[in-house]
Ligand binder design. Structure first.
Ligand code: TRP
Ligand code: ZN
Length: 885
């Protein structure tokens, strides 16, 4: 908890460390009521910092110091200074060895940072600054050391003892205990340290590297989960092969381990050779995990594996550089998933997510650049901006340099910086040097916050046969109040003729056309590009593949959008045209609702969706994506003032109309796909994901009709399917339906069947928390009393509280403020238990500026109440205080 005024840390204050650690030797003695950590650090003065021997200030928090020794001299209380965050000693020589012993309490660590217990096992989470809760250390990523780790624990309770690197010895110890020693030869920062001790079982496999050497692969889980590891293992092997083929990167140790733990603050962690995963991101089998969960497992396994190069071999100099590893690695895992499944569908999902959530962050009080300039609590900066927008920035580099140039740049980056802790500038420099490119202006993407707007207008000159596109870019103000300079915005585009064919593109001044889709670099505040040889006015297809994370506007009318939906050669933009059409139609309905008029849906939306639904040659996953209306959260994000009730009413009205008017087509496609599902055993592969996604969205529309045959279909699917994808959708449509008896029966049957599987129970909680039927808050409060619920487990908090505040907007934003009060109470309680989770759950309240005056006052009131509630963690303090500023 915070004791003094929280300190702001600035990038501009960065200084290299005064001392370095060459070798770290750790011994852990694990007991039930405490643990002991002995650290021997082989250290030296950092030659970069010049002569002299300044005091050595080691980070340490919540440690009980038992002894300190400098070389062979035991230090006594007068020889060192101790405060809540550090231990200071005075070195006498340039090279020395420091020995410390501390006592810690993993058994009562509910923050899940440092060494803690998840159920019966010990595990660690050190990123970003958790290692200082384990021992005194230079806990910063530019201090890189080899590690030798010995773990000693009771043999019976903790038969498996793991740490980073290779196993080098083990044996029995006194009192029924045993030990194991691990050695990691690769220098690494402390945030990549890991230790696991528990009664674990493992699935083992082998991978043969391109170079011919074998690696042992192990996934460690509790015994009952041994049957849920195959998908992660297959995903791991695919990732290893892909990184060899696409980036030329091989794995470097002889063993690679993944451990699944139930209590984990985030998705997973890339600790060297010993990744620790939230069990939700490893365990998957047909009966218990949805298609989305299978794809998430594949993506997260890949992400953490890819970090071995983008993060571990080349790491971050300081935490302001977080996107160096996270943006790059998200980009890498997205491309991997695109190669494994449907590329267009993956892009659609990522862009929808970015535009809904990252754009909202970029427009809110916590907005920050991809490389932040300052922070109070680094845990608050594991954000959508650093991860997702950071990935978009890397994608733009590739778009600008081309795939080959990008690969040259990444080769140079890995070769030049292997074993180093570097910056985003170093990354860009490698890209520039390998390509002879100048990315100076491009780097503004790293330093300027806010989502750029790009307003596009057109002019056709029939006499000259030229077509001009004018681009005007601007970037809204963000809390840093900094002046915004123009970005480099790569705009991939095409021009369609009246038949929907792409025209050859020849810019004024060019001797001939070069392709039918090209990338224009918009670098000025205002800029015009003119195409020549254009015989008739074309229709532009702009920002194909979402080539830049901007808000583009072009005055399309609805007929033009319908034309693009059918004809655009870019699959992403076909979907995008449908979204824009839906947004226009929904905004019209929102206006009608606000004026108290009867709602009237533009029939063109029905026509357009009917065409999509009837197109049997279109990828089923694309049909499903195109049938999905923009979400309420996205409609909120694009509103000046979000009218929660009008948005909900408008969207539900449109869905109802679609369900009624397209009932027969939906029914036909539902039955055809359900029929295949009935006859085919579950397979976790793209074409099957596609089929089930169409089947399931069709079912959710059909159910809105409330016709008896729809209810029958939902019940049949619920009872007779062989997989969680079909079962959970059937449950969700029942939960949101007016059929009370069937809903209750299905919920009970589901809970009875899956009560011993915490990950499935999370889904059961979520489906109910997200139900927009009236009375949502009361249902959530009742579920919090369910025996399977606990605030101590982050997955449970996300499943119930996160789903309620993030997905159930009408109930969360109830006009009486009850949802806000509930969330604030929860944040206050979580603040004491788990500050990282408390701070993340706060996000919906920080968006208060989006709502009407009455709601603004209620939301602000709750933020003020949190601020006044007493000892706040730095995590919660930073978010609350910045939101109120
Ligand atoms: N580096 C992790 C990743 O792959 C992020 C992470 C895992 C993390 N656990 C954490 C960050 C706890 C902060 C706190 O993205
Ligand atoms: Zn990561």
């Amino acid at each position: 908890m915070r004791t003094e005024q929280p300190q702001v840390i600035y990038l501009k204050d960065y200084q290299a460390p005064e001392y370095l650690i060459d070798e770290t030797h750790l011994t852990f003695e694990l007991f039930e009521d405490h643990s002991l950590v002995h650290a021997q650090l082989v250290m030296r003065r950092n030659p970069e910092r010049g002569a002299g021997l300044p005091p050595l200030v080691l980070d340490g928090q919540q440690l009980e110091l038992l002894s300190v020794q400098l070389d062979d001299q035991a230090l006594t209380a007068g020889d060192y200074q101790l405060d809540a965050d550090s231990l200071t000693v005075q070195p006498k020589t340039e090279r020395f060895t420091l020995d410390t012993s501390v006592k810690i309490h993993p058994e009562s660590n509910t923050a899940l940072e440092g060494l803690y217990k998840s159920g019966k096992m010990f595990c660690t989470q050190c990123e970003a600054e958790g290692f200082r809760k384990i021992t005194y250390y230079l806990d910063r990523p530019d201090v890189m050391s080899t590690f030798t780790t010995t773990v000693i624990a009771e043999q019976h309770r903790y038969p498996v003892l793991l740490s980073n690197g290779n196993p080098v010895g083990d044996g029995p110890a006194e009192d029924g205990r045993h030990w194991a020693t691990w050695e990691d030869p690769f220098k690494k920062p402390a945030y990549l340290f890991a230790l696991v001790a528990g009664d674990l079982w493992c699935v083992e496999s082998e991978f043969t590297r391109q170079s011919g050497r074998d690696v042992t692969l192990r996934i460690y889980v509790e015994e009952e989960n041994l049957d849920k590891c195959d998908h992660a293992m297959v995903s791991l092997k695919k990732s290893m092969r892909w990184d060899e083929e696409v980036y030329g990167r091989e794995y470097d140790l002889d063993i690679f381990m993944i451990v699944a733990v139930n209590d984990f603050n985030m998705g997973a962690m890339e600790n060297k050779g010993l990744n620790i995963f939230n069990s939700s991101c490893v365990l998957a089998r047909a009966e218990t995990a949805t298609d989305a969960a299978h794809q998430r497992v594949e993506g997260v396994v890949a992400h953490e594996y890819f970090h071995n190069w983008s993060g571990n071999r080349v790491t971050c100099r300081d935490w302001f550089q977080l996107s160096l590893k996270e943006g790059f690695t998200v980009f890498r895992d997205a491309e991997f998933s695109a190669d494994m499944n449907s590329r267009t569908v993956k892009r659609i999902e990522d862009v929808a997510y970015l535009r809904t959530h990252q754009f909202a962050e970029d427009a809110g009080p916590m907005a920050h650049p991809v490389r932040p300039d300052s922070f109070i609590e680094i845990s608050n900066f594991y954000t959508l901006t650093v991860y997702e927008k950071g990935a978009e920035v890397v994608r733009m580099v590739r778009t600008l340099l081309g795939a080959e140039g990008f690969r040259k740049g990444s080769d140079l980056y890995f070769e030049r910086h292997d074993g180093q802790a570097v910056t985003t500038d170093d990354f860009i420099k490698a890209m520039e040097d390998a390509n002879g490119a100048d990315l100076t202006q491009f780097k503004r993407w790293y330093s300027q916050a806010g989502t750029p707007r790009l307003a596009v207008s057109e002019a056709y000159d029939a006499a000259a046969q030229t077509y001009s596109l004018n681009f005007r870019q601007s970037c809204p103000q963000t809390p840093d109040k900094a002046e915004k300079l123009p970005f480099v915005i790569p705009v991939e585009l095409g021009l369609l003729d009246a038949d929907g064919n792409d025209l050859p593109l020849q810019l004024a001044g060019e001797a001939e056309a070069a392709g039918t889709t090209r990338v224009l670099s918009v670098t000025e505040a205002e800029q015009t590009f003119t195409f020549q040889g254009i015989a008739a006015k074309p229709l532009p297809s702009l920002l194909r593949g979402f080539s830049a994370p901007v808000k583009l506007s072009f005055p399309y009318d609805r007929d033009q959008l319908m034309f693009l939906m059918q004809h655009d050669s870019d699959g992403f933009n076909r979907w995008e045209a449908g979204q824009q059409l839906s947004v226009q139609v929904l905004q019209e309905l929102i206006g009608q609702h606000q004026r108290g008029e009867a709602l009237a849906l533009d029939q063109r939306l029905i026509t357009a969706l009917g065409t999509v639904l009837g197109n049997e040659t279109l990828d089923a996953a694309m049909v499903a994506e195109m049938l999905s209306l923009p979400g309420e959260a996205y409609l909120t994000e694009i509103s000046q003032v979000a009218d929660v009730d009008a948005i909900h009413a408008a969207r539900e009205f449109a869905r109802q109309q679609i369900a009624e008017q397209l009932f027969d087509a939906l029914w036909a496609r539902y039955q055809a796909n359900r029929d295949v599902s009935r006859k085919t055993a579950y397979v976790a592969a793209a074409e099957h994901f596609a089929r089930r996604s169409l089947q399931n969205i069709a079912l959710s529309y059909l159910m809105l009709s409330a016709k008896p045959q729809a209810l029958e279909a939902a019940l049949e699917q619920f009872e007779h399917c062989d997989n969680m994808t079909e079962r959970l959708t059937a449950l969700a449509v029942l939960v949101n339906s007016p059929f009370e008896a069937e809903r209750a029966k299905a919920l009970d049957a589901f809970a009875e069947h899956f009560k011993d599987n915490p990950l499935v129970m999370d889904q059961w909680f979520s489906v109910q928390a997200a139900s927009t039927l009236p009375g949502g808050l009361a249902r959530v409060k009742a579920l919090m009393l369910h025996p399977a619920f606990t605030l101590k487990n982050p997955n449970k908090v996300r499943a119930l509280v996160g789903a309620f505040a993030g997905q159930n907007l009408v109930n969360f934003h109830a006009a009486d403020g009850s949802g806000y009060r509930f969330l604030a109470d929860l944040v206050i309680e979580l603040n004491a238990l788990n500050p990282q989770i408390a701070s993340r759950q706060l996000a919906p309240l920080t968006r208060w500026r989006k709502y009407d005056d009455a709601r603004q006052a209620l939301m602000k009131g709750e933020l003020e109440r949190i601020l006044a509630s007493g000892a706040l963690s730095s995590d919660v303090y930073e978010v609350v205080s910045k939101s109120l500023a």
